[in-house]
Design a protein around this ligand. Structure first.
Ligand SMILES: Nc1ncnc2c1ncn2[C@@H]1O[C@H](COP(=O)(O)OP(=O)(O)OP(=O)(O)O)[C@@H](O)[C@H]1O
Length: 256
């Protein structure tokens, strides 16, 4: 399976700490939705940071399309990779339309102003059902609506890969399901590589095509979610007594 991102023998330690990640070799498959799962503190965000260049490994390499991620200019990297953080810094007054236009920054010449609007952004806003909200300040929207706007900005960036850090954490069940279904549809239509940190293992089973399971800085298993998230494996990694049930919607996990 072709991998857009690869870690090759990566070792990483935070300053003045013992290595958290040691000699890790993994791939993130091209054109699939990959879920990063594992207990709190197991290293999911750290891998996310290594892949998105907010941390550098002490040894080993992180590559995107065969080239070291650090060899790309920030602009080249931003044309390939969009990131939706859990807490996105934002100007108080910024309006929905302006935020989505900012997705075009990596394509903008340094000396020219961003356009007030762009056709592509408007089409994405319409696709995500946000047209009625374009003139609203972002911070006046609900958490679920804001999350959709950040996704719209990421899509407007026209990147081949989108990274999302726990995108459903603050959403109610209805918004969670809508968001994940939308992500799944967009991923399939645009053949995007999506990497998402997610805590809900049943959502990883339902929406993921690939899964990396973390424990104490190591990836203990990777592959199809139904195989990786076996009752045995999840029980061991999360120290819980779990069982899997085949439902009409696919395999699901429950706890005793
Ligand atoms: N900036 C930092 N400096 C020092 N240690 C850190 C730093 N960031 C994370 N760590 C430590 O690295 C380990 C892994 O953290 P990480 O945030 O990658 O885990 P996680 O799986 O994303 O956790 P969670 O599910 O709780 O968000 C933890 O022990 C954490 O305390």
């Amino acid at each position: 399976m072709p991998a857009m991102f690869k870690l090759d023998h990566v070792t990483f330690a935070y300053p003045h700490q013992a290595p958290l990640i040691q000699d890790l070799t993994i791939g993130v498959p091209t054109g699939q939705l990959t879920c990063l799962v594992g207990p709190n503190g197991s290293g999911k965000s750290t891998l996310f940071k290594l892949l998105t260049r907010s941390q550098k490994p002490q040894s080993g390499t992180v590559t995107m399309d065969g080239q070291d991620v650090w060899a790309y200019s920030p602009r080249e990297f931003a044309r390939q990779v969009a990131i939706v953080h859990q807490h996105n810094p934002v100007y108080d007054e910024i309006k929905v339309r302006d935020l989505v236009v900012m997705g075009r920054l990596p394509y903008q010449s340094l000396l020219s102003d961003l356009p007030a609007t762009d056709e592509k952004g408007e089409a994405i806003l319409a696709e995500l059902g946000l047209t009625d909200l374009v003139d609203r300040p972002l911070l006046t929207l609900s958490g679920g609506q804001q999350q959709l706007v950040w996704l719209a900005a990421a899509l407007n960036q026209d990147a081949q890969a989108i990274f999302l850090d726990e995108p459903t954490t603050y959403l109610d069940l209805h918004f969670q399901v809508n968001f994940l279904k939308l992500l799944q549809r967009i991923q399939a239509q645009r053949q995007l590589t999506i990497v998402m940190i997610i805590h809900d293992l049943n959502q990883a089973l339902q929406y993921g095509q690939h899964c990396l399971l973390f424990k104490e800085g190591q990836v203990v298993d990777s592959g199809a979610p139904e195989q990786v998230l076996s009752a045995e494996r999840v029980s061991e990694v999360f120290n819980l007594d779990c069982y899997q049930v085949a439902t009409p919607a696919g395999m699901r996990l429950f706890q005793n």
